[in-house]
Structure formats: structure tokens, C-alpha cells
Design a protein around this ligand. Structure first.
Ligand code: ZN
Ligand code: ZN
Length: 323
């Protein structure tokens, strides 16, 4: 799942499997990558990402579950780095490991030192917030997939709607200043707070400074932000269902694995995966407003629509019975 930020040259990525379909310019935008677990189909894209950003990007933050720091380190140690310290742009990987013991470990790997790791920082974290910024936060909880696997929720704090017509009428262009204005509105910054406006259009570069008070009329509305769930690789168990209810209740959009058809439920259980029907039941249970089934077993190649239909029927069918 790739989440692009409007008005910002940045994005988030959830899982790092086959990312060949993402062009380098999209990978260059990644600020944070959230890995659910280190099965190959969720982590084999690490090398590809590293190759694209090396020498061009200064940092990437990665999150993963138990053993994640060692897993990243093993990947880095698999290469020879005798010239990398000469690259003009230093790349630092900030690696967060979420333990199942309620502790987090953070270490950094820098290209300047041939990716040897820095001293480990260990800290407790009391709730499920893994990452927090002014405009959004990411939560994560462990589900059981035979191994611990992270289910994620991205939570936009508030959505500031800007009147694009008014913007154009004033001859203003969009740029990162819009993000600053939105952040100022969300954090209730005082009217005299200056916003350095900068944008580029066919006429060239433009820059000016206005205060939040002067720009406030561009804002149409402030509404509750969107919540998007990303859930993949888990068994259908009571405890997993309970964990997901705590994380995802009333989620706006839910990406959820639908690996097997219900008729192959025994196979799904054996492989620690959900059936499409179970995925739909979970989505219904958390009152997901929209559903995107994914992660289909290759055995259904050409029959993916059957998996999607089963997940959607199981989600919406029961939704209508509850009114
Ligand atoms: Zn998988
Ligand atoms: Zn897996």
C-alpha cells in the first residue's frame, strides 16, 4: 500500500515485497516504510529500494516486528561497501523494531560508515502509536500469523479543505506552503504566524510571505481525517479478531488479505492465512466503510474476481442484515 501526500513530495509504503511496479521517482518520495513481517513476499523489495535511494536520498525510516533490526542488518551485510562512504549524499536508515514485549528498539545504519549500526536505543511504548506527526499518526498491533505480524492503521488527524478556485483566482499556486498552512490550522496556530509561500508555475518561481490570518479565508472546512487499515498475513482466530477490533473499529478504508476461497478454509488455516469470507467478516465486524481485498493465492490465478466477490459479499451481506 503506497500512500502519497498531496502538496508534499513524500509518501509512505506498507510492506516491501515486489515493488518493481513503483517507478524510482515514487520510491524516492518514501519517508517511512512499515513492514508487517519478514516473509519474502513482504520484505524482498528491500534491496530494490536500497539500490534506488543509495547516493540520492538522505534518509528512510523503516518499521518492523521482532528481529527486524537483525534482518535489515543481515541484508546490508550481504554486500561489500568499500566505496559507498564517498557518495555525495549520505544515506541513513533509521530502523525501528517493535518487540512483542512492549519495547521498541531503534538503530541507524549510515552509508558513511559502510552501514555499521549505531548503538541501540531502547524505549517502552505504552500504547499502539508507532509514529506520530502533526497531521497523521500510524498505529500498529500484532496479530498471529504463526509468527508475530504487524497490522497497521494510518490515521489522519483532521482534514483541512482548501478552496482551490479561490486560490487560483488570487493567482496563487500550490506548493509545500499549503501543507504548512494546513498544519497551522490543525494545530490552531495564532493568526500572526507567518507562512512562507513558494511555488513554481509557467511564469517561473514565486515567493511571498503571508500570515495565517490573511490566508485563513482559503480554508473551506476542517473535517475529521481519514483512517486507513492495512491488514495482511494472519490466522482467523478469536484473539486476532479481537486485536483488529481494537485497532480498526469504524475504519474508512480497509485493505485486507483474502488469500483463499472459503471452500479451501482448511488450507487457509494450515498456511496461517484468511479466506476471503473471513476477511469480509472481519471487515464487517470492525464496521469498515470500504474494503479492498488483496494478497490472493497464486492457485486462483485468473479467478481473482471470485475472491474479491466472496470478500465483498461476506462484508456487505451481513452489513445489510445489521441495517
Ligand atoms: Zn504474505
Ligand atoms: Zn506471511
Amino acid at each position: 500500500m503506497y500512500i502519497d501526500f498531496r502538496d508534499e513530495r513524500r509518501a509512505l509504503l506498507f510492506d516491501l515485497g515486489d515493488i518493481a511496479s513503483l517507478p524510482p521517482r515514487k520510491l524516492m518520495r518514501l519517508s517511512h516504510v512499515f513492514v508487517t513481517h519478514a516473509h519474502m513476499d513482504h520484505f524482498a523489495g528491500f534491496d530494490h529500494l536500497l539500490r534506488v535511494v543509495l547516493g540520492r536520498k538522505s534518509e528512510v525510516v523503516l518499521f518492523g516486528g521482532p528481529e527486524f533490526i537483525a534482518q535489515v542488518e543481515h541484508k546490508l551485510r550481504a554486500y561489500s561497501w568499500n566505496v559507498v562512504q564517498r557518495y555525495e549524499v549520505e544515506l541513513t536508515l533509521h530502523v525501528h523494531e517493535i518487540g512483542s514485549d512492549g519495547r521498541r528498539r531503534l538503530t541507524r545504519f549510515s552509508s558513511r560508515t559502510g552501514f555499521t549500526r549505531t548503538a541501540l536505543e531502547v524505549f517502552e511504548f505504552p500504547d499502539d502509536v508507532l509514529h506520530e506527526e502533526t497531521i497523521f499518526r500510524v498505529r500498529g498491533r500484532f496479530v498471529d500469523h504463526g509468527i508475530p505480524c504487524l497490522a497497521y492503521l494510518i490515521e489522519e488527524k483532521a482534514r483541512v479543505k482548501v478552496d482551490k478556485d479561490r486560490l487560483l483566482a488570487l493567482g496563487l499556486g500550490t506548493g509545500s506552503w499549503l501543507r504548512e498552512l494546513k498544519q497551522a490550522i490543525v494545530t490552531a496556530a495564532p493568526d500572526e504566524t507567518p507562512i512562507l509561500m513558494h511555488w513554481r508555475d509557467r511564469q517561473g518561481e514565486h515567493a511571498m510571505t503571508r500570515t495565517v490570518g490573511e490566508l485563513r479565508h482559503l480554508v473551506l472546512d476542517v473535517v475529521p481525517g481519514q483512517r486507513i487499515g492495512y491488514v495482511t498475513d494472519l490466522r482467523y482466530t478469536e484473539s486476532n479478531v479481537h486485536t483488529l477490533a481494537q485497532l480498526l473499529t469504524d475504519v474508512d478504508l480497509l485493505f485486507i488479505e483474502s488469500v483463499f476461497l472459503a471452500e479451501d478454509a482448511a488450507q487457509a488455516a494450515k498456511k496461517n492465512h484468511l479466506t476471503a469470507q473471513q476477511a469480509g467478516q472481519i471487515a464487517r465486524g470492525v464496521r469498515a466503510k470500504a474494503l479492498v481485498p488483496f494478497h490472493f493465492s497464486p492457485r486462483y490465478e485468473g479467478r481473482e474476481t471470485a475472491l474479491i466477490a466472496q470478500a465483498l459479499t461476506s462484508w456487505s451481506g451481513a452489513a445489510s442484515s445489521t441495517g
